[in-house]
Design a protein. Structure first.
Length: 467
């Protein structure tokens, strides 16, 4: 087709005269000469542009590589220096006996890449362990000051500094937590109604000291010093009167150094979590620890923080339910067992059974607990049962919360562990006024009846606060 179109042009060119042929040839030569420089100029311009672009990119890459090398040397050298003693033997063998930052480039490329991976991992892990924003130490403070008076023989009207409680928590990691309670309080101590220690002297007690591991809602493990899950009050209210409605704890759940008859604290392991039960809301607590000392002598610390007096351990199992159908209701029971070895006496099997039913909503609370402490000395058929209970009811009206509590304990005078307790009971009535979100005022009247001392009246005004 193309040859057909050019045929007439060729025919005319052959038959044209010499002058015409020269003009045509000159025109064609001009076209060719004018087109070639344009194409050459365009190609040259494109080539120059590509060369400049490539040169700029290469220069930029070189600057980036230099910057990366500088940053790596700045961060890697301190890490290598600090962790030289922790480098794996295989890595030290690959680097050589005179290992150091200057020798690193002499390592073969593959070995250097392999050895740099642990260093990079350590470079990321080390700041994570030391990052205070992730292992943030949080602290809350609680305290109370009380003015109290009584008509009991030997008592005086006094201002009393209560416990100064520093509540410390920290998120060690996503699964591990730390919890501690450091309490400053003045003496004297009172073990089973027997005073001990120096009066008005402050002491420091570590009341709780726990490392907790949370796997999921069904299994949580804590190790250290904890509040035993005997009943309800001991795990619901700890070392702060600000949380409590009343000025103090029930007689049953008094701390060991305040005349209490229960092993409030223990040192060991505690597992807790939910039990798959649907709307019933079952939970469990299983504990094993040193238990308490056998009250020999009375001045000794009952909580065995460091050494157990025997090889046997105390066990406690608690179950409770929080049904979804009745919000605020909790019912449960617990069983505790230990072996006690009082000085100069037969060994004693200790069993503590407790049951509770509490109902707590924002404007109303009703607490009920019953406890039976059972002691069985070996070699005898005699069993000593010490029953106790309390009931407490309170209703909130705005910032005011009037309350009433009745409590009871009855221990035999021949009880092998605490014969000094005897019988104690009586009512308490009072009102709590929340002056702010962090300050509460409480006024309480107590009528105390006891076997070993005469009945008496007591009045107390307490300021509780958190900070």
């Amino acid at each position: 087709m193309r040859s057909c179109r050019l045929a007439p042009i060729r025919s005319r060119f052959r038959h044209a005269g010499p002058g015409t042929k020269q003009l045509v040839l000159l025109g064609l030569l001009g076209v060719v000469l004018s087109t070639s420089p344009l194409r050459a100029q365009e190609a040259s311009t494109v080539a120059d542009t590509d060369k400049q672009t490539i040169q700029m990119l290469l220069q930029r890459i070189e600057r980036l590589e230099a910057r990366v090398t500088q940053l790596e040397s700045t961060h890697a050298e301190p890490l290598r220096t600090d962790t030289a003693s922790n480098v794996a033997p295989a890595t030290r063998a690959a680097i050589g006996p005179a290992a150091g930052p200057a020798v690193a480039p002499a390592v073969p490329q593959q070995a250097s890449a392999q050895s740099s991976e642990p260093e990079q991992e350590m470079e990321h892990l080390e700041p994570e362990r030391m990052d205070m924003s992730k292992t943030l130490l949080r602290m809350r403070g609680f305290g109370d000051i009380t003015f109290h008076g009584s008509n009991q023989n030997g008592s005086t009207n006094s201002f009393s500094l209560g416990q100064l409680n520093l509540f410390v928590t920290s998120d060690i990691s996503e699964k591990f937590k730390f919890l501690g309670e450091i309490v400053f309080e003045s003496g004297p101590d009172n073990f089973y109604n027997v005073p001990g220690g120096r009066r008005n002297e402050f002491a420091v007690d570590v009341e709780r000291y726990l490392v907790q591991y949370s796997y999921n809602d069904y299994f949580n493990l804590a190790v250290g010093r904890y509040h035993t899950a005997i009943g309800f009050y001991n795990t619901a209210y700890h070392h702060s009167t600000w949380f409590q409605t009343t000025t103090g704890r029930p007689l049953l759940f008094q701390f060991e150094d305040s005349g209490g008859i229960l092993p409030i604290h223990n040192v060991g392991l505690s597992a807790s979590g939910r039990i798959p039960s649907g709307s019933l809301g079952l939970h469990y607590v299983a504990e094993i620890g040193n238990g308490r000392a056998s009250r020999s002598p009375l001045s000794d610390e009952p909580v065995q923080n460091e050494v157990d007096e025997n090889n046997r351990k105390a066990f406690n199992l608690a179950l409770f339910a929080r049904p979804e159908s009745i919000r605020g209701l909790q019912v449960g029971f617990s069983g505790y067992h230990d072996k006690l070895i009082p000085l100069g006496m037969p060994r004693v099997d200790e069993t503590i059974l407790a049951a509770h039913a509490v109902y707590m909503v924002p404007k109303f609370e009703w607490l009920n607990e019953v406890v039976l402490v059972r002691h069985s000395p070996e070699g005898t058929s005699r069993v000593f049962n010490t029953p106790g209970f309390y009931t407490q009811i309170a209703k909130r009206f705005g910032s005011y919360q009037p309350y009433f509590r009745y409590q009871y304990i009855n221990a035999s005078d021949q009880e092998p562990i605490f014969p000094d307790v005897g019988r104690m009971d009586g009512p308490s009535v009072g009102v709590r006024y929340d002056a702010s979100e962090s300050v509460a005022l409480k006024l309480q009247y107590d009528y105390n009846i006891a076997r070993h001392f005469s009945a008496n009246n007591a009045l107390s005004l307490q300021l509780g606060f958190t900070f």
